[in-house]
Write a protein that binds this ligand. Structure first.
Ligand code: NAD
Length: 297
């Protein structure tokens, strides 16, 4: 088995199982998190605990970050960059804004270090079951170094282009998702008003032009697909706050590139209202409750 040492910074809901899958595959994985509980969980699953960021930085050949957002990524990369091996490759798998992603690529480049952005789709179950999809951006020589590791943690890695292209793909994908979950919720709420059963609508739309992931994998009405958080009283899954974060990243990117995203903007308003009402920690598919609540009685 390979002697590469992998560093993993951010061992939360996603990073913890991703690091464990690398350890299970036989890699020497050294992990760090500011939350001691996250470290304990990861060590129970084969990851070696490190007591500091800098120890991970200096000991690893390939270093992953899986952090809440771009601000955290920038802070961590700035802290570690002077301490990594000159041959190291840095890989950010967090969902971050495109601008920050390009900035940390530049930081790595200015130190002669290879870097990749590789945000993911597939959620916590995808991370646990090594079924993630990676959206990969960076120089080809850097991507070549990390692809074998992405193959262990996921089922697909799409090469999206140069530095930041993975993050661009991620926010475009989640723009579709956010709009779709609202569209599917509106359709079921309308069907309820029309006296059409949810089962009938699902049977039709899932095999017709309304077909989409928000319907067939993540249906906001319980009892129609086994994988939906609605079956589990909308326990995440992915919390509404996280989808709102991604929609805002898309909105910022649209503003800075003069793209037109009116439905994305409206979807943000809807999720902001929903979260203001105290539903932020529910799965984002709970947005159907907001749609129903705003119908005329
Ligand atoms: P999380 O909050 O569970 O994990 C983030 C971890 O980073 C936490 O354990 C936190 O303690 C740690 N951390 C924060 N600052 C740190 C630092 N300076 N050094 C070391 N560790 C630090 O979040 P998550 O659900 O694992 O999501 C991580 C990223 O993945 C986010 O960018 C999110 O948008 C993205 N994502 C999440 C999902 C999902 O379903 N959860 C799906 C796709 C993408």
């Amino acid at each position: 088995m390979t002697q590469l040492t992998i560093g993993f910074i951010g061992l939360g809901n996603m990073g913890g199982p991703m690091a464990s899958n690398l350890a299970k595959a036989g890699y020497n994985v050294v992990g760090f998190d500011v939350n001691p509980e996250a470290i304990t969980r990861a060590t129970e699953n084969g990851v070696q605990a490190s007591d500091s960021l800098l120890n991970v930085a200096s000991s690893a050949d390939i270093i992953f970050t899986m952090l809440p957002n771009g601000k955290f990524v920038k802070e961590v990369w700035e802290q570690i960059i002077d301490h990594v091996k000159p041959t190291a490759t840095l890989v950010d798998t967090s969902t971050a804004d495109v601008e920050t992603s390009k900035l940390v690529h530049e930081l790595a480049k200015s130190h002669g270090v290879k870097s990749v952005d590789a945000p993911v789709s597939g959620g916590v179950t995808g991370a646990q079951n090594a079924k993630l999809t990676f959206m990969v951006g960076g120089e080809q020589d850097a991507i070549d170094v990390v692809l074998p590791l992405l193959d262990i943690m996921g089922q697909k890695a799409v090469n999206c282009g140069g530095p930041g292209a993975g993050q661009s793909a991620k926010i475009c994908n989640n723009l579709i998702l956010g709009i779709n979950i609202v569209a599917v919720s509106e359709a079921f709420a309308l069907a309820e008003k029309l006296g059409l059963s949810s089962e009938a609508l699902f049977d039709v739309a899932s095999t017709s032009t309304g077909q989409c992931w928000a319907l067939t994998t993540y249906c906001p009405v319980p009892g129609l697909v086994p994988t939906s958080p609605s079956n589990n009283n909308y326990k995440p899954g992915a919390p509404a706050t996280m989808l709102l974060k991604d929609l805002r990243l898309a909105q910022d990117a649209a503003k800075s590139s003069d793209a037109c995203t009116p439905l994305g903007n409206h979807t943000i308003d809807i999720f902001e209202d929903f979260i203001k009402d105290g539903f932020g920690e529910q799965d984002f598919s709970a947005i159907i409750k907001y749609i129903r609540a705003n119908q005329a009685k």
